[in-house]
Design a protein around this ligand. Structure first.
Ligand code: PGA
Length: 249
């Protein structure tokens, strides 16, 4: 199965496209279950969704959300926790009741139990309709670092050194970046009925090309998305620049 490609000129157009796809999806299914991602890439998409809520009357009151991952050891109130990120960048600015938003608890006393409970909550909600993803420079999706198998489930994982370095830009010092995370698994992501992966910038081009053109391999975890029947990558031209074929719209 091929990953579908939607290549646009700029990061801003990636956000425009992603936000309007998500908004259309919610309008068609107001009680949709959405999977969400953190990171720099989806921020402009969230900003547009917030604008659509305020200016165009888009209601997100009946959706349920599940986030991909959370750092172990950071309280929700920490400025770099993914719960804090989601509240700041999206949830506080829309009409979703907080109890309909789910981010793994990085302070759970029993991480394995927390991961099992997270999977159960996704199942109880009826599964994820649409999962929005980013991609790491090393091809990770969520914190499924290289070596993660395509049947992996929500679990505690050691964050790869290159990801710790990449994420240190958000912390005062490299030593402050948590070394572990709770992450949904690749199998968890593959169960979503639809997947949209966003990537922008030259520094993502290698990971994107390995995911789209490469063999399916745990060395490039995003390549597992080739198994999915309805997965689209929305890319700017720079992120698409190393692919061996294009299919732009
Ligand atoms: P980024 O992170 O959007 O900040 O580049 C993506 C990721 O690591 O999955």
């Amino acid at each position: 199965m091929a990953i579908q490609l939607d290549i646009v000129e700029t990061p801003d157009k990636v956000a425009q496209k992603a936000a309007s796809l998500v908004a259309d999806f919610i309008q068609a299914k107001p009680n949709a279950v959405l999977g969400l991602a953190t990171g720099s890439t989806p921020v402009p998409t969230y900003r547009r969704l917030v604008q659509m809520h305020h200016k165009n009357g888009l209601s997100l009151a009946h959706i349920t959300t599940f986030n991909l991952d959370e750092y172990v050891g950071l309280p929700e109130s920490h400025g770099q926790s993914y719960r804090f990120f989601m509240d700041q960048n999206l949830f506080q600015h829309i009409d979703i009741p907080p109890e309909q938003t789910h981010v793994p608890n990085g302070l759970a006393p029993d991480p394995d139990q927390e991961c099992k409970a997270f999977e159960s909550k996704i199942q109880s909600a009826g599964g994820v309709d649409l999962w929005l993803l980013g991609i790491g420079h090393n091809g990770h999706i969520a914190f499924n670092e290289p070596g993660s198998s395509s049947d992996s489930r929500t679990r505690l994982i050691n964050i790869a050194p290159e990801t710790i370095t990449a994420n240190s830009r958000f912390f005062d010092h490299l030593s402050q970046v948590p070394r572990q995370a709770l992450t949904v698994g690749i199998a968890t992501i593959l169960e979503a009925r639809k997947i949209l992966l966003l990537a922008t910038g030259k520094d993502k081009a290698l990971a994107v090309s390995k995911a789209v053109n490469g063999p399916i391999s745990a060395n490039w975890p995003a390549s597992a998305l080739q198994h999915h029947p309805d997965c689209t990558f929305i890319l700017d031209q720079e992120a698409a620049s190393l692919m061996t074929f294009t299919n732009s719209t």
